[in-house]
Design a protein around this ligand. Structure first.
Ligand code: GAP
Length: 496
């Protein structure tokens, strides 16, 4: 069974230290989340592989880390001050606030006049089956009239400097992208790049969402992994305008990236924005949708932003943001392809896709089948008997050695079966067990064989490996990505 229910993932995340509600001891915010000891490892791993695959391993990409607080004019030029709004309605009775464009997709409370005012919860967009009425009042309390829609800007306002005056107003960035556009010329001049090339950035973004929800799917503080890929609009690639060809390449690359790290192809599909959905800057946008428990929803977007942003910043700053095309001997404004992913949404998709419940020897086993590169803990070192000091000492020595290269944990707080289950539940791909045979028994004059058991999470197979070969084995499995079946074939099986 996979995780079709978000509650299962929310509960596992809290119980095992992946994700906690922000400020929980004060009742929580409901719109911001804290990543616990395992969550921060998982999140860092996602960002690390994304940066490695899309920045370090490519010769047409560079990175950037721009500040969160920027000049207020950035947001005027980008269109965020005027356009980054959602229509909002309020309930006059319970004061609940809703996005006007999402209200019809919500289940609604109805006090039915045909049943003496009995209260019913009716499915979204459906009429009451007793009186035939459709929703007109507040979907949450079922009593209050709703206000007319008003535009609500999603940016968090703040003040730069000690005086709270209009001239000091600025905003927490609602996307990392603008930090890239305003640095376009700095990067171009300092790196002497030729088109096409891209600038990537990972960082926090803030949006005062009207209706945050679905766990970390929509929050008010989140992280983005964004790329602005600059292309020469006059060039042709694969017989097509360069921006169009590169757009398709990036869509394919992003899809392949999620699949490479374990997201099932059946759980991802493309959504082409219709004309009415396109942002004001976009020529074409394609979203990658993921099959979240609440339905198909946006995992990331890949937009063709044309030359909109560079031209706007050039207009508002008075600085030229152009590229000199040597071949045509002319200055041009590059077009931009923007693959933009949310770290938190990616993490939620990886968690949901990794989750599995199965029955093993009559007992439920919960396992997170994370790709080893994403797994928070790579190796757990476990003692079969914690009363035997030689076993425990050997475990600590091994943990120290392995931890220099891979995140390795020692645990002796339960019997071995339970320790394995705990590691399965947090997605640790390998457990190393030290037992009596490893260390021998000095009192009986028996020397140990110097071998330990490695157990693999998905197959639950176990092999017996000399301690001296452990690092070589894990380098094959965790660094070179060699399949377990190949590596395990060189060693004798151990009893489960
Ligand atoms: N620069 C383009 C841009 O920001 P977007 O579609 O608004 O485009 C990109 O956001 C991605 O950021 C989304 O696909 C999603 O993964 C993530 N994202 C946006 N708003 C979010 C929120 N409130 N909570 C969590 N992630 C969010």
């Amino acid at each position: 069974m996979s995780a079709s229910n978000m509650d299962v993932i929310v509960s596992l995340s809290k119980r095992r230290g992946f994700i906690f509600q922000s400020s929980e001891i004060y009742g929580g915010t409901g719109s911001c989340w804290d990543y616990g000891p395992l969550g921060v490892e998982l999140k860092n791993n996602i960002k690390r592989v994304w940066w490695r695959d899309f920045v370090q391993n490519r010769d047409d990409m560079v990175g950037l880390d721009a500040s969160i607080l920027m000049h207020a004019m950035v947001w005027k030029a980008s269109g965020h001050v005027d356009h980054f709004t959602d229509p909002m309605v309020d309930c006059r009775e319970c004061k609940h606030r809703f996005r006007a464009d999402q209200i019809d997709a919500m289940d609604w409370i109805h006090y039915c006049p045909a049943t003496k005012g009995n209260k019913f919860t009716i499915k979204a967009a459906e009429p009451c089956k007793h009186c035939g009425a459709r929703r007109t009042l507040c979907p949450s309390c079922g009593k209050g009239e709703l206000t007319a829609p008003r535009q609500f800007n999603l940016m968090f306002k703040t003040f730069m400097g000690p005086v709270e005056e209009d001239a000091a107003v600025t905003y927490l960035r609602p996307e990392t992208a603008q930090g890239i556009f305003v640095n376009f010329d700095n990067v171009l001049q300092s790196t002497r790049r030729k088109l096409p090339f891209g600038i990537a950035q990972i960082g926090k973004a803030f949006r005062n969402e009207i209706t945050p929800g679905n766990f970390i799917f929509r929050s008010r503080e989140f992280e983005q992994m964004e790329i602005e890929f600059f292309v020469n609009p006059h060039e042709r690639v694969d017989g097509r305008p360069a921006d169009e060809a590169w757009h398709d390449r990036w869509i394919a690359d992003c899809q392949a990236w999620f699949s490479r790290y374990g997201v099932s192809a059946d759980h991802v599909k493309l959504h082409e924005h219709g004309q009415d959905e396109l942002a004001h800057y976009s020529k074409r946008t394609v979203d990658l949708l993921y099959k979240f428990p609440m339905g198909w929803s946006e995992l990331m977007g890949i937009a063709n932003r044309t030359d909109f942003d560079l031209k706007q910043h050039s207009k508002f700053s008075g600085k030229s943001l152009t590229y000199f095309d040597e071949e045509r001997k002319e200055h041009l404004v590059p077009f931009v392809i923007e693959p933009s992913a949310g770290v938190d949404r990616a993490l939620l998709a990886f968690l949901l896709d990794a989750y599995e419940e199965e029955e093993v020897r009559g007992e439920k086993r919960v396992v997170l089948r994370f790709h080893p590169e994403l797994a928070p803990i790579k190796i757990a070192v476990l003692p079969l008997l914690k009363k035997r000091s030689e076993i425990v000492t050997t475990c600590h020595d091994l943990r120290r050695r392995l931890a220099r290269r891979w995140l390795t944990l020692y645990d002796d707080t339960a019997a071995i079966g339970r320790l394995y289950r705990r590691q399965d539940e947090v997605g640790t791909p390998y457990c190393v067990t030290v037992d009596v045979k490893t260390v021998g028994d000095a009192e009986k004059g028996e020397t140990g064989d110097g071998k330990v058991t490695i157990r693999e999470r998905d197959t639950m197979q176990q092999i017996r490996v000399p301690i001296a070969e452990l690092e070589t084995v894990f380098a094959k499995l965790l660094d070179a990505g060699q399949p377990w079946s190949e590596v395990a074939a060189a060693y004798p099986r151990a009893e489960g």
